[in-house]
Write a protein that binds this ligand. Structure first.
Ligand code: GDP
Ligand code: MG
Length: 603
């Protein structure tokens, strides 16, 4: 198929606006999958996607469509809508010339609609605006059209109105894609050059790379070279996704395809890398940069015998999720492990769920934290570390305040869209979370778009859930990085019978220290079992005690009444005790169950 008859596009939208459902209809219409298979959201193939009903990985399908008597090749990418997976969207857009911007005709423009629209505009992509769910009774397409006009300057006459569920208006979407989105700007008669924009691990073939061919052609058996690593590989097989894998002998410029070439790990198969033929010169094909992780957590094997298998599972997962960063970490309580970086809490949860479901690993995850910057004042320490600013995401490594001159924390620029009746309560939550309002505009007479600068640490745990619950699900939230800002921080230490417990210390904003201190000691009182000795729990900043609780000792020896009883029962009890001890960690004379370190942070 000539380049002039290829179209490469993504479907972008807020979560739940119907992207995956529209993708199903497009696949059916073009005969890529059969109708009425009873399968929904065909491209959501991961177990976690089916269980949660959300897309977490962008998926590609190559389909054919006849338009004015000519056959066109459409490479369609279904993307996730949640802010935590926006890396998947930007990665996908690197292989596209246009997007379908899908908007729910009932809920209208939402925070992630705005964010995704701007991502597409930044890349100067053609936008095909489509309203979905017009079959629903209380849908209000006219109002949503007006919103699209006032927010993005989209001409209402160009907006298609469809029901992805029923298939109404979907054929027009395909025609519009061909009319409004330009053919790829690629050259066939030049040296081969392609962008790697996704990869995953296959048990038999190693790392598979999804590539977008910008120049020339690639045939099976040729040798390719990575621009980033300079290593070369023989191309073992080439296929296209329809959406099932279909073998082909070559790929030409403008096409998207999958290649297997004996790459082994994420260090070799780099998203955003350019490949070219062996020993030829080439320049970078794409301008894709992965997003920087914002939230960090320690990941440790349950016991050290699982270390090797956990490492291999993490490597395979990182191959499929280029937004995750990995560093080696160790902890006195949990041994050798890793510190992983994520784009948000949902991203972290999904990653860990996939580790378990797709790779059988069940690691211990420590409390998530953001990365703080501290500027040192102590010349000795500056000399020792070779720099005057330290980056800290593990509270245990937070230096003594005597040695610190300035503290910095990461901020985000948040976009909140809400019906007007919830504005008061939402502003209340933002203020409580140290937010500063930047702007507020009325989208129409019933909805408001507010911009807030918020500390990242205040939103990672439960901000989104709070917004959703106090607005009956109607408010939406999205955010982007807003750099570092000076702040006031303290390290909150937890002492058990006078001894500090490293695993429980946290970095908190000075104004929040007392509240967090009370909350933590209260929870610890519930989480730590009664023991032979009385336990004093204290939360301190430096030598100052902010909160304390006491766990009383056992009144009497509980095993006493078992003496003289059934021997096997006593043996069993002793065995259980021995096993119980293994999972405990001793602090002074206090035993703390392992899971306490994580449970204490849950709300
Ligand atoms: P995504 O998150 O954008 O991929 O959204 P999904 O395709 O997973 O759809 C979210 C929900 O909206 C599902 O329950 C769909 O059945 C439903 N849905 C999608 N399109 C329509 C539509 O046109 N009409 C109605 N009534 N429901 C729809
Ligand atoms: Mg989806």
């Amino acid at each position: 198929i000539p380049v002039q008859r290829i179209r490469n596009f993504s479907i972008i939208a807020h979560v739940d606006h119907g992207k995956s459902t529209l993708a199903d209809r497009l696949l059916e219409l073009t005969g890529a999958i059969s109708q009425n298979t009873g399968q929904h959201q065909v491209l959501d193939s991961l177990q976690v996607e089916r269980e949660r009903g959300i897309t977490v990985k962008a998926q590609t399908a190559s389909i054919f469509h006849k338009y004015k008597g000519k056959l066109y090749l459409l490479n369609l990418i279904d993307t996730p809508g949640h802010v935590d997976f926006s890396n998947e969207v930007s990665r996908s857009l690197a292989a596209c010339d246009g997007v379908i911007l899908l908007v729910d005709a009932c809920h209208g423009v939402q925070a992630q609609t705005v964010a995704n629209y701007h991502l597409a505009k930044q890349r100067e992509l053609a936008v095909v605006p489509v309203l979905n769910k017009i079959d629903i009774k209380h849908a209000n397409p006219d109002r949503v059209c007006k919103d699209l006009q006032s927010l993005f300057g989209i001409d209402p006459a160009t907006i298609l109105k469809i029901s992805a569920k029923l298939g109404t208006g979907v054929p027009e979407v395909l025609d519009r894609v061909i009319e409004a989105i330009p053919a790829p700007k690629v050259k066939r008669d030049s040296q081969f050059r392609a962008l790697i924009f996704d990869s995953w691990f296959d048990k038999y073939r190693g790392a598979l790379n999804l590539i977008y061919v910008l120049n020339g052609t690639l045939a099976q058996g040729q040798d390719i070279q990575s621009l980033a690593t300079k290593k070369f590989y023989p191309v073992k097989s080439i296929s296209v996704l329809r959406p099932a894998e279909c073998h082909v002998s070559s790929l030409a410029a403008g096409q998207v395809g999958l290649i297997a070439c004996n790459m082994r790990s994420s260090k070799e198969s780099i998203i955003g890398d350019t490949i070219h033929l062996k020993n030829e010169q080439a320049t970078a094909a794409g301008s894709y940069k992965p997003q920087q992780p914002l939230v960090f957590a320690g990941v440790f094997p349950v016991d050290q015998s699982k270390h090797v298998s956990l490492r291999s599972a993490i490597e395979k997962m990182v191959l499929n999720d280029s937004a995750v960063t990995v560093k080696v970490d160790s902890s006195p309580a949990l041994g050798q492990g890793w510190r992983l970086g994520f784009l948000g809490l949902l991203h972290m949860e999904v990653f860990c769920q996939r580790l378990e479901q797709e790779h059988g690993a069940e690691p211990i995850i420590t409390a998530p934290s953001v990365t703080y910057h501290v500027v040192l004042s102590n010349p000795k320490m500056i000399k020792q570390s070779g720099k005057d600013t330290l980056e800290i995401s593990n509270a245990a490594l937070f230096p003594d305040p005597i040695n610190i001159k300035e503290y910095y924390e990461p901020l985000v620029l948040g976009t909140i869209i809400t019906p007007t009746e919830y504005v008061g309560q939402i502003i209340g939550v933002c203020v409580e979370r140290r937010g500063v309002q930047q702007s507020s505009i009325n989208i129409d007479d019933s909805r408001i778009l507010m911009k807030y600068i918020l500390p990242l640490s205040e939103i990672i745990l439960d901000f989104h859930d709070r917004l959703k619950s106090l607005s009956s699900g109607y408010a939406s939230f999205s955010y982007e990085d807003y750099g570092y800002h000076e702040t006031d921080l303290v390290r909150l230490d937890i002492h058990l019978n006078g001894r500090p417990v490293e695993e429980l210390c946290r970095i908190v904003h000075t104004s929040k220290a007392t509240g967090v201190a009370r909350d933590m000691v209260h929870k610890l009182k519930d989480l730590i079992p009664k023991q032979m000795v009385q336990i004093a729990i204290q939360a301190c900043v430096g030598s100052k005690v902010l909160a304390r609780e006491t766990i009383k000792a056992y009144r009497k020896d509980v095993t006493a009444k078992l003496y003289g009883g059934d021997v096997t029962r006593r043996m069993k009890l002793l065995r259980q005790q021995a096993e119980g001890k293994k999972k405990m960690r001793m602090f002074a004379n206090v035993r703390v169950p392992h899971e306490t370190f994580i449970n204490v942070l849950k709300r």
